[in-house]
Design a protein around this ligand. Structure first.
Ligand code: FAD
Length: 562
């Protein structure tokens, strides 16, 4: 087998970082990363990047029957690409050439029948199955670290189920296979003049099935924040059979079944397709940016906007340090990036009222950056000012992280949601607790910034970014050890101060401790009972979200006590 052999039909991905194997930073980006790394007192001398031949992989423990064999790969690149997601810890463990688990094999089913056949074989042979979409999980959702008691573990990659199967233009909905990446499904909807418009930052490399399984958050800051809001019906293959929900605009008939599928994180079955509510492509846009000397004044303005009924599509408030990370400010003021979009009507009245609220709350408008686009579709890339700069940085940031991780720099994020009445204390306390943990673990003052990713009338979803040098010896190993302490502190802080352990990154392995504090024990028993019905032998993604009934998998993955 050649070193670059793979059964995947997609362009080769970087198993130790973000993007395609041949992704590059341009000179300006490299200079930016260098400056940031050096500001943390870390010399910028890039070590050799991981190669597949650096890893000694154990022999696969399980062999599928001849009837399924053609769908399975044991190629080192496939196994490494499916060994983990894209969290800081996943990447650091690749730089250390020490992923905690690799799948025995990777399955690439062609269709739903093949998914069911693989689950039948796995169930009969005690093999754990990890559903895999784009592998962009940042909470330990896809690593096959499944605990004891399984004959082996396979990663089930949905890449070949990537088509838009049906479009109902009358109801404005489409039936889409779960393995479609964001760009793939948008390209197939474009000829119909329709769009899903769910753009998480990981859009390029994440799938519809992954979004549904994790309840992903898209780019809309208000109104349709999670993928939940676009899901009309779902279809999921479980070890006990296939469950399909009925296409309906809404229903009051008991608890909604698709609500059990949303957020199930591969622990109940494999989502194979879903009907999604679509939209017409926006033709009208209006955007602006403003500065606030005080972050809390900005937060009060954003609360007024969230409670105004104006429903801005973009409404990101960046604290002063976050403006530096995003390259849109100098760290002296908070910046609000505001945007409206519509397929139907000009937005002059909306932006005018929003700007009134900004002024009422002491915001200083960046006059250069108030932009309106009408008529033919205003492409996202044409936006100017802080809004345009922020959007560009938003899409490129994941690429900037890769070289820093290899230099022993911790670059990570954690996110939550909290009601407005608790927000100010939450922000201050979370920053204090996590900042103290960073100082303890690294001996350095924390670089800990915050922005709001999503907003609700009753509260924001604050999103924190950490940049820190691991430890004085500058090794990736000491950075990863420091990260564990910081991550535990962050999980603890968001729950203790009244928030959720995750607003949209999901539970996976890394947030299980917080989830177990957050979710009522009776609810967790009810969920485990549902899993027992769908997955009686507990083969679906063990270690993630909850333990199967009668089996203690516990917390595995990057936060496991070693
Ligand atoms: C740079 C970066 C930016 C990100 N930005 C965002 C963001 O803006 N918003 C956001 O919400 N998240 C974001 N994430 C997190 C991640 O992209 C989301 O959780 C996304 O929904 C995962 O989709 P995926 O297809 O990559 O799923 P995977 O990572 O492959 O899987 C995630 C979980 O879903 C399960 N799963 C996947 N497919 C299926 C299926 N078909 N059936 C059943 N279970 C399945 C897996 O078993 C796993 O538990 C980001 C991650 C990165 C690395």
């Amino acid at each position: 087998m050649t070193a670059d052999a793979t059964l995947s039909r997609r362009p080769l991905r970087r198993f130790w970082g973000w993007g395609l194997a041949d992704a590059r930073l341009d000179a300006r980006e490299l200079a930016k990363v260098k400056a940031m790394v050096e500001a943390l007192d870390v010399p910028f001398a890039q070590p050799p990047v991981p190669q597949a031949h650096d890893f000694a992989l154990p022999a696969p423990r399980v062999t599928p029957p001849a009837s399924l064999a053609a769908m399975f790969s044991a190629a080192p690149l496939d196994r490494l690409n499916h060994a983990g997601g894209k969290s800081y810890a996943d990447l650091a463990r690749m730089w250390l050439r020490a992923p905690p688990a690799v799948p025995d094999r990777v399955a690439f089913p062609e269709d739903e029948r093949a998914v069911a056949d693989i689950l039948d074989w796995a169930q009969a042979n005690g093999v754990a199955v990890v559903p895999y979409g784009g592998g962009s999980s940042v909470c330990g959702g896809v690593e096959p670290d499944v605990g004891e008691g399984y004959a082996g573990a396979v990663s089930l990659d949905m890449e070949r189920l990537n088509r838009v199967l049906e479009v109902d233009a009358t109801s404005r909905a489409a039936r889409i296979q779960a393995g479609a990446l964001g760009p793939e499904l948008e390209a197939q909807l474009r000829p119909h003049g329709l769009t899903l418009r769910h753009f998480p930052q990981s859009f390029e490399f994440s799938t519809l099935g992954g979004w549904i399984a994790t309840r992903a958050g898209g780019h809309y800051a208000t109104l349709h924040t999670h993928i939940d809001d676009f899901v009309e019906a779902t279809r999921m293959v479980t070890p006990a059979g296939t469950i399909a929900t009925r296409r309906l605009p809404a229903s009051g008939a008991g608890p909604a079944p698709e609500r059990l599928v949303l957020g199930s994180e591969g622990t109940l079955g494999v989502v194979t397709e879903a009907w999604l509510r679509l939209q017409s492509r926006p033709r009208f846009r209006a955007s602006a940016s403003a500065r606030f000397a005080d972050f809390f004044a900005g937060a009060r303005c954003v609360r007024a906007l969230a409670q105004s009924g104006l429903h801005p599509a973009n409404c990101r408030l960046l604290d002063p340090l976050e403006t530096v990370f995003a390259g849109v400010g100098d760290g002296r003021a908070a910046i609000l990036v505001l945007g409206f979009e519509s397929a139907d009507h000009p937005l002059d009245a909306w932006i005018a009222r929003a700007l009134e609220l900004v002024r009422d709350h002491g915001g200083e408008l960046d006059a250069q950056a108030v932009a309106r686009s009408t008529g033919a579709e205003g492409g996202d890339e044409r936006r100017g000012g802080a809004a345009g700069a922020w959007r560009h940085a938003f899409l490129r940031m994941p690429y900037w992280r890769d070289p820093a991780v290899g230099l022993g720099v911790i670059m990570d994020t954690f996110e939550s949601a909290v009601t407005w009445d608790r927000f100010e204390a939450f922000y201050a306390n979370v920053k204090a607790d996590v900042g103290a943990a960073i100082a303890r673990a690294t001996g350095q003052e924390a670089l800990l910034s915050c922005r709001f990713t999503h907003l609700y009338p009753d509260g924001p979803a604050p999103y924190f970014t950490i940049a820190a040098r691991g430890a004085a010896d500058g090794s990736v190993a000491s950075a990863l050890a420091a990260w564990r302490e910081v991550k535990r502190a962050a999980n603890e802080a968001v729950i203790t101060h009244g928030g959720t352990v995750t607003h949209h990154h999901a539970v996976g392995r890394d947030h299980r401790g917080g989830y177990e504090r957050e979710a009522d024990p009776l609810f967790r028993r009810m969920l485990a009972a549902a899993k027992q019905v769908a997955d009686p032998r507990g083969i679906m993604n063990p270690g993630v979200l909850l333990d199967p009934v009668g089996r203690h998998v516990g917390i595995t993955g990057a936060l496991r006590e070693t």
